[in-house]
Design a protein. Structure first.
Lengths: 402, 430
């Protein structure tokens, strides 16, 4: 066969395929997108995904809607494969002169849809910003409750407040700070907004906003040589299914009698220093007990941190148990989904204290931090149910008109 | 006459052959003598380059071959292979936007820039750290980049195209530590080896270079966080060992199977510096108040009492790794106190205040050691001798936290804003 004939044959085949193109093309795209979706743990599907993304990247802007749909996935591996296609197509199209018409309206709808995956919405916003500069500034203030852009919106409100305050418009500044505080779920921004509000004469409670539990009965120290404390089952744990006996006394570490004592954390983020509140000891176990009032039956998160490790029983049932020595108390380190019943809920917490670090300069912290919140990290209206504190809360509520 | 003509012709041929041979030798030498810097701390993972024409002096304006702005932040060292430089960075919300960038070695032009998402930023990391602390590694055909988000990417070095992606934090849990993960991967045969020590469940893992799948994984229950990069050593008999510093001990594993070989104690709980392997001996350090130790590798079980040849607590850093030049072992503390120990005895030779804070690890070429402080001042000293000898102090005018790289007689400095390539002044040689 001569080269001319081969060429003619190729042209015929090419034209035929070109005529059949859209259907074949659509099917191929569907297959390729599905191939990428199958990538996952262990490097699974990489070889096929590489070929599929090569083919997908040959498409133009017409692929964007389907690509954005595909990128909206919890599968981070697949999302990254799709992103490589997105980057190639958008880069190529943006480099054209003139730049072709991107589906800006569709892109904006995608950005403002809170049900879409945040990382993709942010990526698309960057593209829209390139196409229509100023879009970010115009969209962000309206996204105060948005799961992805909340922090940006809060930062913008704080900045507006700062500008107003600098210009002497204190009332306007106060309004912006309050909006920021109410919307904020990030501890840094919550603290900043609270500070700004204080600077314009308004006090707010970070503890209430974030749902920290600060009122406790504490018991300890029980003796727990080495790192045995986590597995030791001491009297309060034996009572947890019925009622913890707050009037009982026990043999404590060192031979003395120990009993439950009231404690209220004064820390802005609700942390309790057990070295100060119970005793500065090593190789011990302490317990914290509280009762909280929930305004309704609700599914919430317990978020907590403890040094050294923590076990939690809620209404007699163990809901969290984490073994970790010398780890430091870190905000929201551990999480558990729980259901609070309407009214009074009883909670027992066990926190161990380990041996001294090999390096005597390393402080042997013993601490606890715990809160009830929703999935976004906001307080859920839980108040203390411990008698004397409850009365105090009621008084505070009356004074503030809540 | 004929003889003379033949002789001339013969001489001419010989002369041309010699010139040709000399040219071949020169080209070959230029290629073989001009080293790549394919991963963390260079070709032998000890900070030392065999290059001979590395610049001694520079400033923000002088001897700058090129300077290219980088996105985001990162303290991974740039890596260089042939005509390409690779660097990683992270930015965006929670620093989870990841970048792998390839630049042209000669011009600094960006050849490709791959943007990817990280699974989950290291939990509890400080504000100053980035997800791009581990240095990438390359064999020239592919680049493997590990990030504090727990993601490992394999990219084709010519195009930047993704070859595979592993989300280790998605599969084994989010990495938790207070400075963000910084352990750099290494290549062993057809695998890439990683050390993932953190507050949560620590592990070592070997990934298949081509597919990313696990070859082996060793869980390390009870191991505390560390930032140390592992080391690969080859003993005289040909046996390879995978050396890991962390949680009060140095441990050795079979890099092919993950089987534990030996362990030595006395390390601090949190380890950052990378162990060195020089002339058949391991040099390890963990600080700030832990000791430097010289260990004879190759044992089995607990070798603390049998294989630790010397131990010296003087001058131990928390962050920067050490370096060996000649018979001298050098350290600098994070606050800038430098110490020189004798490699044979571990005894102190000298101690000197360098000035400035140090995060970057030193590098060396020939007998010169380059120390870059956080203000971007590179102190060059002569190494290997009995006394302190300062050769140069070069200010780049920007902060530097990343360790530098040396390749093909160029010195690569990653500042907080740029990647800078420095060259020797014309007509100068060491």
């Amino acid at each position: 066969m001569s080269w001319t004939r081969v060429l003619v044959l190729w042209l015929v085949v090419g034209l035929t395929v070109g005529r059949l193109g859209p259907a074949v093309w659509a099917e191929e795209i569907t297959d390729d997108l599905a191939t990428v979706a199958r990538t996952g743990p262990g490097g699974r599907g990489s070889v096929a995904a590489r070929k599929a993304t090569d083919r997908l990247a040959r498409n133009g802007l017409e692929l964007l809607p389907r690509l954005l749909e595909a990128m909206d996935t919890d599968n981070i591996v697949a999302a990254n494969w799709y992103r490589t296609v997105y980057e190639q197509i958008t880069r190529r199209e943006l480099a054209r002169d003139p730049v072709p018409d991107f589906p800006v309206s569709l892109l904006k709808t995608y950005v403002t849809n809170p049900k879409r995956h945040g990382r993709v919405r942010r990526l698309v916003l960057d593209l829209v910003e390139r196409l229509e500069p100023g879009t970010t500034d115009s969209l962000i203030p309206g996204l105060m409750a948005d799961p992805e852009f909340r922090d940006d919106a809060v930062a913008a409100a704080l900045a507006r407040g700062d500008r107003a305050r600098k210009a002497g418009r204190t009332r306007e500044a106060s309004g912006e700070y309050r909006k920021a505080f109410q919307a904020a779920r990030n501890s840094g921004q919550i603290g900043t907004a609270a500070d700004r509000l204080k600077a314009v004469g308004q006090e707010v409670s970070v503890v209430t906003h974030m749902g920290f539990v600060t009122n406790w009965f504490l018991l300890g120290p029980f003796d727990a040589p080495g790192t045995t404390g986590f597995e030791l089952v001491l009297p309060p744990e034996k009572q947890v299914k019925t009622a913890v006996d707050l009037a009982a006394t026990y043999a404590g570490k060192g031979g003395g009698r120990i009993k439950w004592g009231r404690h209220q954390s004064g820390d802005r983020f609700g942390q309790s220093n057990l070295n100060a509140a119970i005793a500065a000891v090593k190789e011990a176990v302490g317990y914290a007990y509280t009762e909280v009032i929930s305004p309704r039956k609700q599914s919430v998160q317990i978020r907590c941190g403890a040094d050294d490790n923590i076990t939690i029983w809620l209404n007699g049932k163990q809901v969290l148990r984490r073994l970790q020595w010398l780890n430091g108390t870190r905000l929201d380190r551990f999480r558990a989904s729980v259901t609070l019943k309407k009214g009074r809920n009883r909670m027992l917490v066990k926190v161990c204290q380990g041996p001294q670090h090999k390096n005597p300069a390393v402080p042997n912290n013993w601490s606890l931090q715990l809160r009830f919140c929703d999935a976004a990290g906001g307080g859920v209206g839980v108040t203390s149910g411990l008698p004397e504190i409850a009365r105090k809360n009621a008084a505070v509520s009356r004074e503030s008109g809540r | 006459m004929r003889n003379t003509s033949m002789k001339r012709s013969w001489n001419g041929m010989v002369g041309r052959a010699l010139v040709l041979a000399a040219t071949i030798v020169a080209v070959t030498c230029e290629e073989s003598c001009a080293e790549n810097w394919p991963g963390w701390r260079g070709p032998d993972r000890n900070g030392v380059s065999r290059d001979t024409g590395v610049p001694l002096n520079w400033s923000a304006d002088a001897n700058v071959a090129w300077k290219t702005p980088l996105p985001g932040s990162g303290i991974s060292n740039p890596i260089i292979f042939d005509d390409k430089v690779f660097v990683t960075a992270s930015d965006g919300k929670n620093l989870a936007n990841l970048h792998v960038i390839c630049l042209a070695r000669d011009t600094g032009r960006i050849r490709w820039h791959q943007r990817l998402w990280g699974t989950a930023p290291t939990r509890f990391h400080g504000n100053k750290s980035s997800m791009a602390s581990p240095s990438p590694v390359t064999d020239g055909r592919h680049v493997w980049a590990f990030f504090g988000t727990g993601d490992v990417f394999c990219l084709e070095s010519n195009s930047g195209q993704l070859a595979w992606h592993r989300s280790l934090s998605g599969e084994y849990g989010v990495i938790e530590n207070r400075f963000a993960t910084s352990s750099s991967p290494l290549l062993y045969r057809d695998t890439i080896l990683l050390q993932v020590d953190h507050y949560g469940d620590s592990y070592l893992v070997a990934l298949d270079r081509k597919t990313g799948s696990n070859r082996w994984k060793v869980d390390r229950p009870g191991r505390w966080l560390s930032w140390s990069s592992p080391q690969l050593i080859r003993l005289k008999g040909g046996r390879h060992e995978f050396i890991v510093c962390g949680s009060q001990r140095v441990e050795s594993f079979d890099p092919g199977t993950g089987r534990a070989l030996w362990t030595a104690g006395e390390m601090r709980r949190e380890c950052i510096p990378t162990p060195l392997f020089i002339n058949g001996r391991l040099y390890v350090v963990s600080g700030p108040s832990g000791p430097s130790m010289r260990i004879r590798p190759g044992g089995s079980g607990d070798v603390t009492k049998t294989h630790v040849e010397w131990k010296n607590p003087r001058g131990s850093p928390f962050v920067p790794s050490a370096i060996v030049v000649g018979k001298r072992y050098y350290l600098v503390t994070d606050s800038g106190i430098a110490t020189c120990l004798d490699t044979e005895t571990g005894k102190q030779v000298w101690q000197k205040r360098f000035g400035g804070g140090f995060t970057a690890s030193p590098v060396a070429a020939g007998d010169r050691i380059y120390w870059v402080n956080e203000s971007g001042v590179t102190l060059v000293i002569r190494g290997g001798g009995d006394r302190y000898e300062e050769l140069a102090r070069n200010a780049i005018g920007e902060s530097v936290f990343a360790s530098p790289a040396i390749s093909q007689d160029r010195f690569f400095l990653r500042t907080t804003r740029h990647l800078v390539c420095l060259k020797g002044a014309p007509g100068t040689s060491p």
